[in-house]
Design a protein around this ligand. Structure first.
Ligand code: AMP
Length: 846
C-alpha cells in the first residue's frame, strides 16, 4: 500500500513515497477498544502545537487518498529545541491501563550534512490526567513522562533517494489511571520526525463461554502483571460443579480456567449451551379398570435427541411420598395394582442420551369404583396378598436400609431391586427393577459387593475382581464399533496404535475422540491389561483426568475410547513451543495437573508414573493426567528401567523410597509432580539430562537436586524442592500444592521474583566452558544446543559468525535480528550470561 509524505522542513525538501508495511496482526483473543485513532478522525483533531513554528500538521492522504492527520517537525539545524504537541482530552472510558501506538518516521542524524551537533533521534511522550477537558493550560512540568521514543529504523539520504520511508511502530502503556481521562503530549528536542498516526486503546478480555460458564467482557487490570479473577455464571439450565473462574490478564487474554458448570439432569451440552427434551405435553387416558389405568402420550415437541425411554411417575393423590416409577420405551403404559375408586396422579418425562427432560404437568385419573359383586368372597384374596406382601416389603425395606443407607436418592444396586421385586408400587425415589440398566448409577453406588455412598468414593483395584471383564463392564460403557470413525494414527501405545477419530452416540452430536486399539494376536493377559486401563479410567470423573468415553470389547479390534486432546502429550508439546508461554500459562498447566492428582489421591489411587509424557493437553491448554495401568504401568514406559529388585521404574521421576523399597504412595506421586513442574518450567527438558540412571540415584541419595530451570519464579522452584524432600511426610500434599498455585495465580507479582541466576549456579557441580574456549565449536552448535537453531542463519547473515562475536550480543541486537519472542530473547541472553561468567551446569546440593 502506498501513501505520500511531504517533508517541507527537510533539508532536501523531498517528497517521497513510503512503502507502508501492512501490519497484519495475528488473531489475538483480546479485544482492543480504541479511545482515539488519529487516522479515523475526519475533521480537526484539535491538537495544539507550541511554539507555533514547531510541530506542524500537514495534509496527507492515506493509501486510499483519504485525508490523514500527520504532524511533523524537523528543526535539526537549530539549537535548543523544545516543541510540544498536545492532544485533545481523551476519555479513558473506565479503563485503568491504556496503550498508545505511535507510527512515525525519524531521520538518521548521521545522514545529515553538518547537522550532527544538534540533531536528535528521539522524542518524548507524556500524559496528564484530568477529569474533564479543562486542562489545556497545563504547565510542561505537570506532564508525566511515559517514555523516550526512539526509532528502530531511521531513514537516510539513501532512503530518500530510493523514495522509501521507514515507518516505525512503538507501543507504550500507561497505568494505573485514576481520573476520567487524560491528555497526551509529544515533545521534540531537535529531531526530524513525522508522526503519522496515534492510536490510543485499552484491552478487554472479551466475553466468552468456557466450561458452560459465561464470563463477561472484562476491562484488564491496571497493573501490567495483574490477573483479574472473574467469576463465571452458569449458562441456562446448568449448575455449578466447581465454582467457575477465569483470570483476565493485562494483555486481555483469559487464562487458567478453574471449575465448571454442568448441564442439569435432562439437558445436553451443545455448542456451549444446555438444551433438553421438552416435557411431554399431552397425556391421554386409555382403558380404565378398578385396578388399572392405561395411558398414552405424544413425543415431546422438541425431543432434542433420540428418545431412549420415558419415565412415568405416579402416586395416589395426596400420597406423594410413596410413589412408583415405571420406565417404558413405548408411548403407552398400563399402571396396575391400583386401588379401586381412587384418584392417581401421573407425570411423564423423556430421556435422551443426555439424560432426562423435565416432568410433564400432573395428570389426574381415577380407577373404576369397586362393584358390590366384586367385593364379596374374592375380596379375601387381595387381603391375604396384601398382608404377605406388606411383610415382604417390610423385610426388604429393613434389609435395603441396612445395606444401602441413604442411597435411595440416587438409585441403588440390588437392595433397591429387591424392593422392586418385592412390590414395585411401593418404591422410594431410586428404586425399581430396571435400575440395572443404568451402569452409571450402579457404578456410583454399588461396586463388587460393596455399597458405595455418594461423596466417599474410593478407587477400586480391578485386580480385586475375579473376572476382569466384569470390572471393565462395571466401569466402562460398551460402545458399538459402528459409532466410531477412525481418522488417523496419532501415536503408538504399548498394545497398539492410538488414533484420532469421531464418536457418534445415539441422540448426541458427533465429537472428536482418541481411540486406543489392541493389536491383533494379543494374549488373554494383554487383553486384560489393555482393558485394565479403562477399568481404572472409568472410575474417575474430573476435569483434569482424561475422560473415558467407553470401550469396544464385543467386536475386534478391541478399543478404548477417550476424549481427544488436541495438543497431545505435554512433554512433546512444550518442546515444540519452547519459550512461548507466559509464566501464568505454565502455572495454569501445573495447577491443572495438581488438581487432577489431588482428585486421584483423594480416591486412593497412586499413579506411580506421573511425568510430562503422561499428561495430555488440549486446545485450551487444559492438562489432564492420563496413562493409568495395572502391573503394566511401568512396563510400557520407555523411561522405566529395571531395579535391582526386578521391578521396572522410571528412575528420574520416582521418589527414592519407591526406587529403594517400592514404597509407592501419594507422597511418592508428589515427588514425581515436582519433576513434572521442573519439566514444565524448562519446556520439556529431560530431568538430569544425560546422566545415567545409576548416577541419578546416587546423586539424589547424596542430597543433590535438580537446579532451577532458567527464569523460574523462586516460589515455584521452592515448591519443587519441597516435593523432593527426602522424608516423604515432609512433602506437601496435593491439596496444599493446588492452594499454593492458586495463591500464586491470584497474586502474579509473587511470580516476578526469579531464582537469582548467580545463586542458581553457585552450587553447581559439572563445569561448563565459557564462550570462545571451545565449549561450542560454532554459533550454530550453540544455538542448536539451546534449541534456538532457527536463528542460526540470521546470526550468520548479520556477522555473528563466531562465538566471540556472539558474546557481545545485546538485547537490542536480538530485537534487531528479529528475535521478537520474549521467551527466546531470554533464553539466548541467559545462555550467554551463563557462559560469560563461566557458569557451570549440574545439580544443587540441598
Ligand atoms: P499412550 O499409550 O496413552 O501413552 O498414548 C500414546 C500417544 O498417543 C500419547 O503420547 C499421545 O501422543 C497420543 N494420545 C493418547 N491419548 C490421547 C488423547 N486422548 N488425545 C490425543 N492424543 C492422545
Amino acid at each position: 500500500t502506498k501513501s505520500y509524505c511531504n517533508f517541507p522542513h527537510h533539508p532536501n525538501h523531498e517528497i517521497f513515497t513510503e512503502i507502508y508495511k501492512t501490519y497484519t496482526l495475528p488473531v489475538f483473543f483480546f479485544l482492543s477498544v480504541n479511545l482515539l485513532d488519529s487516522r479515523t478522525v475526519m475533521g480537526d483533531l484539535g491538537w495544539i502545537a507550541y511554539p507555533k513554528n514547531g510541530w506542524e500538521e500537514i495534509g496527507e492522504v492515506d493509501e486510499n487518498y483519504a485525508p490523514i492527520h500527520t504532524y511533523q517537525v524537523c528543526k535539526v539545524m537549530e539549537q535548543n529545541q523544545n516543541n510540544w504537541l498536545l492532544t485533545s482530552w481523551i476519555s479513558n472510558e473506565g479503563a485503568s491501563r491504556i496503550f498508545i501506538e505511535l507510527k512515525f518516521t525519524l531521520r538518521d542524524c548521521n545522514s545529515l550534512p553538518g547537522g550532527l551537533g544538534t540533531c536528535k533521534e528521539t522524542f518524548n511522550m507524556y500524559y496528564f490526567e484530568s477529569d474533564d477537558e479543562d486542562g489545556r493550560n497545563i504547565r510542561e512540568n505537570q506532564y508525566i513522562k511515559i517514555d523516550t521514543i526512539a526509532a528502530d529504523e531511521s531513514f537516510t539520504e539513501l532512503d530518500l533517494g530510493d523514495r522509501v520511508m521507514k515507518l516505525n511502530t512503538e507501543v507504550r502503556d500507561v497505568g494505573p489511571l485514576t481520573k476520567k481521562g487524560f491528555y497526551l503530549a509529544f515533545q521534540d528536542v531537535g529531531a526530524c520526525i513525522a508522526l503519522v498516526s496515534v492510536r490510543v486503546y485499552y484491552k478487554k478480555c472479551p466475553s466468552v463461554i468456557r466450561n458452560l460458564a459465561r464470563f463477561p467482557d472484562t476491562i484488564t487490570g491496571a497493573d501490567s502483571s495483574q490477573l483479574l479473577e472473574v467469576s463465571g455464571v452458569c449458562v441456562n439450565h446448568s449448575v455449578t460443579d466447581e465454582a467457575p473462574k477465569m483470570h483476565c490478564s493485562a494483555e486481555g487474554e483469559w487464562l487458567v480456567p478453574i471449575g465448571k458448570c454442568l448441564c442439569k439432569a435432562g439437558y445436553e451440552e451443545k455448542n456451549n449451551t444446555c438444551q433438553a427434551p421438552s416435557p411431554v405435553s399431552s397425556v391421554k387416558k386409555g382403558k380404565i379398570t378398578k385396578n388399572s389405568i392405561s395411558l398414552s402420550w405424544q413425543e415431546p415437541d422438541r425431543p432434542n435427541g433420540i428418545i431412549l425411554e420415558y419415565e412415568i411417575k405416579y402416586f395416589e393423590k395426596d400420597q406423594e411420598t410413596s410413589y412408583t416409577i415405571i420406565k417404558s420405551k413405548e408411548t403407552t403404559i398400563t399402571a396396575d395394582g391400583l386401588k379401586p375408586g381412587s384418584a392417581y396422579v401421573f407425570q411423564i418425562r423423556a430421556r435422551t442420551a443426555a439424560g432426562y427432560g423435565g416432568f410433564s404437568r400432573r395428570f389426574e385419573f381415577e380407577t373404576s369404583p369397586v362393584s358390590v359383586a366384586a367385593s364379596s368372597d374374592q375380596s379375601q384374596i387381595p387381603i391375604i396378598v396384601v398382608s404377605v406382601t406388606v411383610g415382604v416389603i417390610l423385610l426388604a425395606v429393613v434389609i435395603g436400609f441396612l445395606l444401602s443407607g441413604s442411597c435411595c436418592d440416587h438409585g441403588c444396586g440390588w437392595a433397591s431391586s429387591l424392593r422392586a421385586v418385592a412390590y414395585p408400587s411401593l418404591i422410594w425415589r431410586c428404586g425399581y427393577s430396571k435400575a440395572k440398566q443404568d451402569p452409571e448409577e450402579e457404578k456410583m453406588h454399588f461396586h463388587n459387593g460393596h455399597i458405595k455412598l455418594p461423596g466417599v468414593r474410593t478407587y477400586i483395584d480391578p485386580h480385586t475382581y475375579e473376572d476382569p471383564n466384569q470390572a471393565v463392564h462395571e466401569f466402562a460403557k460398551e460402545i458399538e464399533a459402528s459409532c466410531i470413525t477412525i481418522e488417523r494414527v496419532i501415536g503408538a501405545g504399548e498394545f497398539g496404535e492410538v488414533c484420532s477419530g469421531r464418536l457418534k452416540l445415539q441422540g448426541k452430536r458427533e465429537f472428536p475422540v482418541a481411540i486406543k486399539t489392541l493389536k491383533v494376536g494379543y494374549t488373554e493377559k494383554q487383553r486384560r491389561d489393555f482393558l485394565g486401563e479403562a477399568s481404572i479410567m472409568g472410575q474417575f470423573d474430573h476435569p483434569n483426568i482424561i475422560h473415558l468415553e467407553g470401550v469396544v470389547t464385543k467386536s475386534k479390534p478391541v478399543m478404548i475410547v477417550t476424549e481427544y486432546m488436541e495438543n497431545g502429550s505435554l512433554d512433546t508439546f512444550l518442546k515444540k513451543n519452547d519459550g512461548q508461554f507466559t509464566v501464568i500459562q505454565l502455572v495454569g498447566m501445573l495447577r491443572g495437573i495438581a488438581s487432577g492428582m489431588k482428585y486421584l489421591s483423594d480416591m486412593g489411587y497412586v499413579h506411580r508414573d506421573l511425568a510430562a509424557r503422561n499428561i495430555l493437553i488440549n486446545s485450551n491448554l487444559v492438562c489432564k493426567v492420563s496413562d493409568f495401568g495395572l502391573s503394566r504401568v511401568l512396563e510400557d514406559d520407555p523411561e522405566a528401567a529395571y531395579t535391582t529388585r526386578g521391578g521396572k521404574i522410571p528412575i528420574r521421576w520416582t521418589a527414592p523410597e519407591a526406587i529403594a523399597f517400592r514404597k509407592f504412595t501419594s507422597a511418592s506421586d508428589v515427588w514425581s509432580y515436582g519433576i513434572v513442574m521442573w519439566e514444565v518450567m524448562s519446556y520439556g527438558e529431560r530431568p538430569y539430562w544425560e546422566m545415567t540412571n545409576q548416577d541419578v540415584i546416587k546423586a539424589v541419595e547424596e542430597g543433590y537436586r535438580l537446579p532451577s530451570p532458567m527464569d523460574c519464579p523462586a516460589a515455584l522452584y521452592q515448591l519443587m524442592l519441597d516435593c523432593w524432600q527426602k522424608d516423604r511426610n515432609s512433602r506437601p500434599k496435593f491439596d496444599e500444592i493446588v492452594s499454593m498455585l492458586d495463591k500464586l495465580i491470584r497474586n502474579p507479582s509473587s511470580l516476578k521474583t526469579l531464582v537469582n541466576a548467580s545463586s542458581r549456579v553457585s552450587n553447581l557441580l559439572v563445569e561448563h566452558s565459557p564462550v570462545g574456549s571451545g565449549a561450542y565449536r560454532s554459533v550454530g552448535e550453540w544455538l542448536e544446543a539451546i534449541k534456538m537453531g532457527r536463528y542460526t542463519e540470521i546470526f550468520m547473515e548479520n556477522g555473528y559468525s563466531s562465538m566471540d562475536s556472539v558474546a557481545q550480543v545485546t538485547l537490542e541486537d536480538l530485537r534487531r535480528l528479529g528475535v521478537t519472542l520474549v521467551g527466546h530473547q531470554k533464553k539466548i541472553m541467559n545462555s550467554l550470561q551463563e557462559m560469560k561468567v563461566q557458569l557451570v551446569n549440574g545439580m544443587v546440593p540441598l
